[in-house]
Ligand binder design. Structure first.
Ligand SMILES: [Zn+2]
Ligand SMILES: [Zn+2]
Ligand SMILES: [Zn+2]
Length: 96
C-alpha cells in the first residue's frame, strides 16, 4: 500500500522547510503481504490490488525471467525494472 509519511526531521526553514516540505509527505510503499517497508521499487500483484515486495511476489506467483522468458525456480534478481534468472544475470555481467 502507498502511504504518505512525515519524514521531516525538522529541517531548518532556511533550508526550505515549510508546510510544503517534501519530506512531510514522502510516498512510502509497504508490502501488503508481509507489511515490510519496500525500499526500492515495488511490484503490483497480478490482480492489481496489492503492492508487494519481491519476496512476496515470488511466493504469490512464479516469476518469469524478462530476458529468456523461462520460469525462475531459484532466486530472482532485479536489474532496473527487469527480473532476471541467475543465468541471464551472469550473462549480463560477462558482457559488461
Ligand atoms: Zn522538512
Ligand atoms: Zn512482502
Ligand atoms: Zn533468464
Amino acid at each position: 500500500m502507498l502511504r504518505y509519511e512525515n519524514h521531516c526531521v525538522g529541517c531548518a526553514s532556511s533550508l526550505g522547510c515549510s508546510s510544503t516540505c517534501r519530506l512531510r509527505h514522502l510516498p512510502v510503499y509497504y508490502c501488503d503481504d508481509c507489511g515490510d517497508l519496500i525500499e526500492e521499487g515495488h511490484f503490483t500483484s497480478p490482480d492489481g490490488e496489492k503492492d508487494l515486495c519481491l519476496d512476496c511476489l515470488m511466493e504469490e506467483n512464479k516469476l518469469v525471467c524478462d530476458n529468456c522468458g523461462k520460469e525462475i525456480d531459484g532466486e530472482a534478481f532485479r536489474d532496473g525494472s527487469d527480473v532476471l534468472c541467475l543465468e541471464c544475470l551472469c550473462e549480463f555481467y560477462k558482457k559488461r
